[in-house]
Design a protein around this ligand. Structure first.
Ligand SMILES: Cc1cc2nc3c(=O)[nH]c(=O)nc-3n(C[C@H](O)[C@H](O)[C@H](O)COP(=O)(O)OP(=O)(O)OC[C@H]3O[C@@H](n4cnc5c(N)ncnc54)[C@H](O)[C@@H]3O)c2cc1C
Length: 238
């Protein structure tokens, strides 16, 4: 059978674009399909990527697409929801290909707490190494609703600030041994449910708890799933 493409890549994030670039340079006929929902949609600048530190991630993707065009590879908008095998290849979105690469990434599960969406990417972050520097010496809170992450992240974030607290949001994220271990490094544990992240211009200014309003912020949170699990953190502007 004659296939339309040697390879269809689903996902035009850094992974999919990199795969397509190398295939294009190897003279493969490649189509990239993308739904336009990258994992880091909330990020305004990426960090720790050598040669691109501080670049808007959207600019990285645009650069990547431009590089692909030199090799005749197009990136087409499409939400792929099915693929079927045909004659040793695959058919999807009305196209056929000999091979398929799924580079669809991960989907973060953000906390369903009032005000979170407004601070995501400015005061609430998923990765200390990506955004910790920008919040060094600020008050930082770890939202650790999932067991097993509080001690790890509480300790880790002390690298960026001496003022770190762990919030459990009423969940089982911290047991007595964890709490003792965190107390030993000066990280308090706050067990009340979090009711709201208070913000001004997208910046966290306070965290409201079920029993009191805290001006000692900040924190976050929850799992990510394919399409994983990790506690996240939020930092408050000092
Ligand atoms: C808030 C935030 C900040 C971050 N900051 C940094 C940082 O500073 N430095 C750093 O190194 N890393 C950072 N990361 C991590 C970085 O974003 C990821 O490692 C990177 O995006 C992974 O690239 P990827 O190509 O695997 O997935 P993605 O970038 O998520 O791309 C996957 C693509 O697949 C598409 N897709 C998914 N399903 C389908 C489908 N069914 N049909 C069609 N298309 C589909 C999506 O639309 C998306 O465009 C950050 C992550 C987050 C969440």
């Amino acid at each position: 059978m004659d296939f339309d493409w040697d390879c269809i890549v689903v996902g035009a994030g850094p992974a999919g674009l990199s795969a397509a670039l190398m295939l294009g340079r190897a003279r493969r006929r490649v189509l990239v399909l993308d739904s336009g929902k990258p994992r880091n949609f909330a990020a305004h600048a990426m960090h720790g990527v050598l040669g691109h530190d501080g670049l808007d991630p959207a600019a990285l993707r645009a650069r990547g697409a431009e590089e692909l065009s030199r090799y005749g590879i197009a990136v087409r908008g499409a939400e792929v929801d099915a693929a079927r095998p045909i004659d040793g290849g695959v058919e999807l979105d009305g196209e056929t290909a000999r091979t398929l690469i799924l580079a669809t990434g991960l989907l973060d599960v953000t906390p369903a707490i009032d005000g979170f969406d407004a601070i995501y990417g400015t005061s609430a972050h998923t990765c200390p190494y990506c955004d910790g520097w920008e919040h060094r010496d600020e008050r930082i809170a770890v939202l650790a609703t999932v067991a097993g992450f509080a001690v790890h992240l509480g300790r880790l974030l002390r690298q960026w600030s001496g003022d770190v607290a762990v919030l459990t949001d009423g969940g089982p994220g911290v047991d007595a041994a964890d709490e003792e271990s965190l107390a030993a490094i000066g990280v308090p544990v706050v067990r009340e449910p979090v009711t709201r992240f208070v913000e001004r211009d997208g910046r966290l200014t306070a965290i409201e708890l079920a029993t009191r309003s805290s001006s000692t912020p900040g924190s976050s949170r929850a799992p990510c799933s394919p399409r994983g699990s990790a506690a996240r953190w939020t930092s408050a502007a000092s």
